[in-house]
Design a protein around this ligand. Structure first.
Ligand code: ADP
Ligand code: NA
Length: 340
């Protein structure tokens, strides 16, 4: 819905309502609109997740040394075993009585989902003081951060890491509020990793002069595709906003289309998605797999990373292409050795 004008959005809401009412009255999917509040499930699965955890696992599987900062309750210890097995460092983990943050995902027989998010231990316990202490006591060259801990702690982490010379990567998911995005000290962000929806959300939040996304033709060597063209236009328009500094490099993942990169000060890059060896099974965590491999690539290449950008992105896309053919999120991230 984010790409629609407000008037069209209303239309589509009406259409959805009509569609659901039709289904209800026709007897199909009665459970969906039925006034019952209690439903029985047919199956239950528990999987490790959280973007931070998935991305830490991905860096580790890609061969990078990673220290995970986050909080988990006693109910989340099974998840930590998975992270340890992947090789993610857990010294910076804050343990408490919980509950561990989680997403409760209800899946309908048709595969539609409805998600309830519980921030849990992360939202309650990662204070700015804790964050400050962890970052000061852990030497690091790169920071990869999402929006899963209190916003003030996220800002502090970006500021601290950047000030000590680390390269910072910010994956603003779940999306911060427009106010938060406008007040973000952007000079502390070196790389912004987003998907198309997040790029548009960011454009809308930062576009305070009421302009519109303007169409920009993609370079002639890129495939002709309306989604790719639209995403490219959003990214170029975002970059052109006076409220968005030119110093931030942009990475936008585009599902089956691959990845577009607008590095600060060097040429735009498009890397198509990997040729899959098997059919798509579960795309959960593909973005996290990509982000982890991307950062691990920067860690490996060091000061040469920007020159080797295409190689880094190509490997990250290859890893994500394996991830989507396997069930689960962090469990489906391939080890580096599987990619040769
Ligand atoms: P997110 O889940 O964060 O929105 P994307 O859907 O953009 O992330 O997926 C991240 C990356 O995973 C893509 O850039 C692409 O490389 C890979 N990927 C995702 N879906 C597919 C697909 N259907 N086929 C091949 N690769 C895919
Ligand atoms: Na998967």
């Amino acid at each position: 819905d984010t790409f629609k004008e407000p008037s069209q959005r209303e239309d589509s809401k009406k259409q959805i309502k009509k569609h659901l009412e039709e289904r209800y009255t026709s007897g199909k999917n009665k459970w969906f609109f039925t006034p019952l509040r209690t439903l029985s499930s047919t199956r239950y699965e528990r999987r490790a997740g959280g973007k931070g955890a998935n991305q830490a696992v991905s860096i580790a599987k890609a061969g990078g040394r990673v220290a995970f900062f986050g909080a988990a309750g006693l109910d989340g210890t099974w998840m930590l075993d998975d992270m340890k097995a992947a090789g993610a460092g857990l010294d910076g983990l804050i343990k408490n009585e919980g509950p561990t943050g989680r997403a409760i995902i209800q899946l309908s027989p048709e595969g539609e989902n409805s998600i309830v998010l519980l921030g849990g231990a992360n939202t309650d316990r990662i204070s700015q003081t804790k964050c400050d202490h962890l970052l000061t006591s852990t030497p690091h060259t790169h920071l990869l951060i999402q929006n899963e801990i209190p916003w003030q702690s996220t800002l502090l982490a970006l500021q601290k890491s950047h000030a000590r010379g680390a390269t910072t990567f910010f994956n603003p998911s779940p999306m911060p509020s427009p106010e938060q995005l406008r007040a973000l000290p952007w000079s502390t962000v070196n790389w912004l990793i987003v998907n198309e929806g997040e790029a548009k959300g960011l454009y809308d939040a930062l576009n305070t002069d009421g302009g519109q996304v303007t169409a920009h033709a993609t370079p002639s060597s890129w495939p002709e595709d309306p989604t790719l063209a639209r995403a490219f236009s959003i990214l170029v328009s975002l970059r052109a906003l006076s409220s968005f500094p030119n110093s931030v490099s942009l990475v936008c993942t585009l599902g089956h289309l691959g990845v577009v990169v607008l590095p600060a000060g060097s040429e735009t890059l498009y890397v198509p998605a990997a040729q899959l060896q098997k059919p798509v099974l579960d795309t959960t965590g593909a973005g996290d797999c990509f982000a982890g491999y991307f950062v691990a690539g920067f860690m490996e290449k060091g000061s040469e990373a920007v020159k080797e950008l295409e190689e880094i992105v190509t490997l990250a896309v290859k890893a994500a292409g394996v991830c989507v053919t396997r069930p689960g999120a962090s469990g489906s991230v391939p080890f580096r050795a599987e990619l040769s």
